[in-house]
Design a protein around this ligand. Sequence first.
Ligand code: SIN
Length: 413
Amino acid sequence: MREIHIMRVVRPTVALLAFAVAACTRPVAAPVPSLSPATPVAATSLAAAAPAAGVAARPVAVVPNPNAPKVLVIATGGTIAGVQNAPGTLGAYRAGTLTAEQITASVPELARYARVETEQFSNVASTLVTPEMWVKLAKRINAVLQRGDLAGVVVTHGTDRLEETAFFLYLTVRSNKPVVVVGAQRPATGISPDGPINLLSAVRTAASPKAVQKGVMVVMDDRILSARESRKLYQRTGGFSTGDMGMLGVVASQGPEFFFAPVRRFGERSEFDLDGVDTLPKVELTMSYPGGTGHTFTTNPKGVVVATTGMTAAENATYRALRQTGVVVVTSFTSGENVNGGGGGDGPPPARVDTTAQRDPASRDSVARPAAAPVPPGVTALHLTATKARILLMVALTKTKDPREIQRIFNEY
Ligand code: SIN
């Protein structure tokens, strides 16, 4: 078998010199001159990849495995594709700069575990990722996973909005094959970048038969996290966590090791078919707080998610009135942990006490009034952050506007 010795060197390019213009300490959105977001380009093999720009010297001896599973790396941008104005520093950088080919080429070890193909979906900071892009990406992944020769897919993504894209894919990729979303907190040209090891772990996971039937996962910092639970808690390496639930396993030196599997609906058991869906219903997200009166919206949303541990009487009245207009209102605990809130478990949800009448003096008058139309029920999100509850509501609204049916969906996913 042929042994490939690869020495990566710092090789400043014209493009890199061009990056030495901006001076900010946070990543900025990189424009994509040749690729409109969500436009897939032809897959290329790792062997044909161009060298990565500005990556620190790292001698590597790799024996590619010609029988390794095939994994498609779909790149969307982010810090994992970030290049600094001054490479090798801790300074400012542009997210979404290196291409899919350059990112994979900077990790020659990938060839030991997978035959990697690449596809450039977009090349942007993840704050530019839109719900329409989620739909296109999910459709693309559903299509490529039909390929019998493909073991799994890795999506490289900015970490700012990684948890949202990953959860959308968790709900809408209807396959049991592994899909792994991965990012980095340090740019590729920085000191000790985390992108290469995260990418290697992600590809090893996507290539592993052990990862089948685990749903969409986030692999970062040697942890395998369910996309349902993973959250960006802070902006440093190790910043992704699942809290009390949702860490499925680890990527050890010998490869991925699973200890748990999700049991709620996802993958092949998902009912969410994106055929005929190009845009998602508008859902707004708001918070309740002491003294709050509730939010009114000029955007005509189909749904609203309120993060709350308990609403004021005025908030209650506002969202009740909104429900009466046909808007589906979902409440979610601010922490995402509302496991006693009703809706799940074996039995029916306990009735939510509507405290408006007891606490709102305006509703205590004794004047006889005509019976009001029944108010459609609110929906309770159990153990789901408000951010993710919004995504589940957007997806649910592509199927139904009935709050009882949407409660059923929230109980199952
Ligand atoms: C981004 O989300 O695109 C920038 C930040 C990151 O990837 O860590």
